[in-house]
Design a protein around this ligand. Sequence first.
Ligand SMILES: Cc1cc2nc3c(=O)[nH]c(=O)nc-3n(C[C@H](O)[C@H](O)[C@H](O)COP(=O)(O)OP(=O)(O)OC[C@H]3O[C@@H](n4cnc5c(N)ncnc54)[C@H](O)[C@@H]3O)c2cc1C
Ligand code: FES
Length: 374
Amino acid sequence: MSKTNVSPSDSYLHEINTQTWSNGRHLVRCVKVIEETKDVKTFCFMAEQPVMFFFKPGQFVTLELEIESLQVMRSYTISSSPSVPYSFSITVKRVPGGQVSNWLHDNMTEGDELAVHGPVGQFNCIDYPAKKVLFLSGGVGITPLMSMARWYFDTNAEVDMHFVHSARTPDDIIYRRELENMSSRISNFNLSLICERQQTGQVWSGFRGYLDEPKLQMICADFMQREIFCCGPEVYMSAVKRMLKALGFDMSRYHEESFGATPQSVEQDAVDQAEIAVDEADALDSADMLNIEFLKKGKSVQIHPTETVHTAASKLGLMIPKACGMGICGTCKVLKVSGDAQMSHNGGITDEDVAAGYILSCCSVPSSDLQIDF
Ligand SMILES: Cc1cc2nc3c(=O)[nH]c(=O)nc-3n(C[C@H](O)[C@H](O)[C@H](O)COP(=O)(O)OP(=O)(O)OC[C@H]3O[C@@H](n4cnc5c(N)ncnc54)[C@H](O)[C@@H]3O)c2cc1C
Ligand code: FES
């Protein structure tokens, strides 16, 4: 077969006019709902006009929902890969008693519109490139690692992947068929599934119990040479970290994402805070209190130096949007006009924003009186 050289001037390729999204607020429409397991569903979204949803595999979006007339925000990892850019998906597990996860499962259907914020997040495989990776996940913590694996698979990346997933029972393994398919098609994707237990009548030939040192050594003997990405329940990630530290793993090559604790609805939070504010104020030494002024609202409140700027707003009944409550998602960002604050965030704000005076109100405590542009 002869090769044809096509010079740029002969090129028959057309420019792509489709817009791409960037971090911000976007209106999207649910186009597909997929039942993954008995308590996990995947929701796929597209924009009204064709938009290419590029992001770094592992990043997340924050959904803005209205449930019973209250605004509620929750963060969800994008479980799809940017290699399929005309839509994106999130995969949600029902949390017993949880407001948003159950609402999504029971109400979100094809055609529904909603706003999402993002994409953001430092837990991604683009910022930590490696030739050999080990993905460790437990339960629905599989979502960011699946996005990374799909990306490497679709782009034929020369990355040696070992994907180790722990689930309660064989029926709880999310994306099982797709994982097995990837593992059967390429030699650089090794899959190990671990189930805590199996139900009567279930056939299971994979690993049983929990991920521990003997299993890790057996499954992935060269784990010390790999970049490790881990996501799962807090107890799972703590156990993994303890194990790796004890084995002398270089923890600068360990990256994790916590799905963390979730807030109540923004308004309910505000009401609750307003109710307890009076009691707390009585109990605190007034000499320690600092004044937080919200300039646009023309309101101010005295808070203790251990309380956050978000709490200060809530005490006044002001609703700064909040989703993760732990400095990951950036939803609660506000501009600090004057004063000093200590911020202990988890990557939810850029150095540029910090330099420009922005703080994340959920994880910033005042060290002087503050003026906030809100
Ligand atoms: C960066 C990031 C990425 C994430 N990605 C995913 C993902 O891919 N998939 C996924 O499924 N989840 C993900 N999460 C978790 C998700 O954001 C939600 O936390 C999760 O869906 C639970 O929300 P919920 O509204 O259903 O539960 P909530 O209503 O927030 O409740 C959570 C739990 O707290 C209990 N609770 C609530 N209020 C109270 C109270 N006042 N007193 C006592 N208990 C209370 C509930 O009963 C429940 O057990 C992610 C989180 C973060 C931060
Ligand atoms: S609510 Fe997520 S960073 Fe503050």
